[in-house]
Design a protein around this ligand. Structure first.
Ligand SMILES: [Mn+2]
Length: 426
């Protein structure tokens, strides 16, 4: 067998969600919104760049190419233009449609460039991929004809009786737990493991995962551009190299333009306000790891026991800091935008030292800590303070709080109380 001849190289992407209207940010900002809208297209453009620079045989997109069933003209033109860049180099593209862009939502007027193949929706189709005139791979696939597909589409994937050296299945569907996604086209690993395919190119689940490494490989590339804080970290596509009888090599390639993330900055022992920005810069540097192309939208949490706590926790301070750090960011080609600052610092109080004291403050701490360990005592404490201090608001809201929330509030109250009582000692 001619090993080199039969080797194929392709990019597997899914869930482009082009033209996504971004939601889920704490505050609306027009510049940011337009950068975000652009990001899904730019990440697709990076996928095309990967195809060209790696000189792949073909590109697979496993559904949810567009986010919405109504596609703007501009969005369609941008999509077709990107595909043209592949077509001009003779690189094939195999597309399937998912629940966000079912076949019935595609316009006839959107004409695909040469070398672009879109799977139909009535049955699994097979396309023969040839190299130097010789079939090297059969690409099987099916599109969602309509939005809600609840039947097992994987069942319709059956290998030809005269297969090419490699068989690839393209499907938008759910294997295993759907997570935050709809349970569309569900199937189990057992149902596809014995079908003789080499690679299952899946879409739908937005988190990248190689569910099975070989015989067959079963892969979700994830979406190439995160869209909210539920989709943090690098996002991208998979560069795959496969040869008959060999386990494929599957390489994840980040393509996101804007990365969502959470950053914790520990201020323990810091007493200089300069640390608020210097330690943040340090954390951002670690997060970027030399990638200066991507922009970032982050949620920042300040933690630790610090003399800076009292001022940080004062009303308006977090919002003011956020505004300061965000100043001018959206004018940059790669920016770091802070969506929210969460103050989780603690006052600079040594609890161990207080526990060993024998005074009023020590007694208060003991009462609070006892209640924290004993839900019976916590309820009594709340009942008591509710009777004494409770307002209409408290009577209304309190029954809705769970045990976890009550403990969290008590933890905050503990530090506020101690901080105020010990103000003169510090
Ligand atoms: Mn999707």
């Amino acid at each position: 067998m001619d090993y080199v001849m039969d080797k194929i190289r392709f990019v597997h992407a899914a869930d482009l969600h082009l033209d996504t209207p971004f939601r889920g940010l704490s505050a609306w900002n027009e510049d940011l919104a337009s950068s975000l809208k652009d990001a899904t297209f730019k990440s697709f453009s990076r996928i095309i760049d990967v195809c060209l620079s790696e000189d792949v045989d073909f590109l697979i997109v496993s559904g949810d190419i567009f986010d919405g069933e109504s596609k703007s003209l501009a969005a369609q033109i941008r999509f077709v233009n990107e595909l043209k860049r592949l077509s001009e180099k003779g690189i094939e593209a195999y597309l399937a449609c998912g629940n966000h862009d079912p076949l019935e939502s595609w316009l006839e007027s959107m004409q695909m460039p040469e070398h672009v193949h879109r799977f139909g929706g009535s049955a699994v189709e097979v396309m023969s991929h040839k190299k130097n005139g010789k079939p090297v791979a059969d690409i099987y696939g099916i599109s969602y004809p309509r939005k809600e597909v609840t039947e097992n589409l994987a069942a319709g994937f059956i290998r030809k009786s005269d297969p090419a050296p490699l068989s690839v299945a393209v499907l938008h569907g759910t294997v295993g737990a759907p997570g935050p996604h709809q349970n569309y086209a569900p199937f189990s690993m057992d149902q596809v493991a014995g079908k003789g395919f080499d690679y299952w190119a899946l879409g739908h689940i937005h988190k990248h995962q190689v569910l099975r490494q070989q015989f067959p490989a079963v892969v979700y590339p994830g979406n190439p551009q995160g869209r909210d804080f539920g989709e943090t970290g690098p996002k991208g596509c998979c560069l795959v190299e496969a040869a008959p009888g060999e386990p494929p090599s599957i390489q994840f390639i980040p393509c996101q333009v804007i990365q969502f993330g959470e950053i914790e900055v520990d201020l323990t022992g810091e007493s200089n306000i300069g640390a608020l920005s210097s330690k943040l810069d340090e954390a951002i540097g670690n997060m970027r790891m030399g990638d200066l192309k991507s922009s970032h939208i982050i949620r920042l949490q300040y933690t630790g026991r610090t003399p800076l706590h009292r001022q940080l926790a004062a009303p308006g301070e977090a919002a003011g800091l956020k505004e300061h750090f965000n100043q001018g960011q959206t004018d940059r080609s790669s920016f770091v935008w802070i969506d929210r600052i969460d103050i989780q610092t603690r006052p600079d109080i040594d609890l161990e030292q207080i526990r060993n004291r024998n005074d009023f403050i020590a007694a208060i701490l003991k009462t609070i800590e006892d209640a924290g360990e004993d839900s019976q005592k916590l309820s009594e404490l709340i009942k008591e303070s509710e009777d004494t201090f409770g307002s209409m608001e408290v009577h209304k809201e309190l029954p809705g709080f769970g045990q976890e929330n009550k403990k969290k509030i008590m933890e905050m109250a503990k530090y506020m109380l101690l901080d105020n009582l010990m103000r003169d000692e510090q």
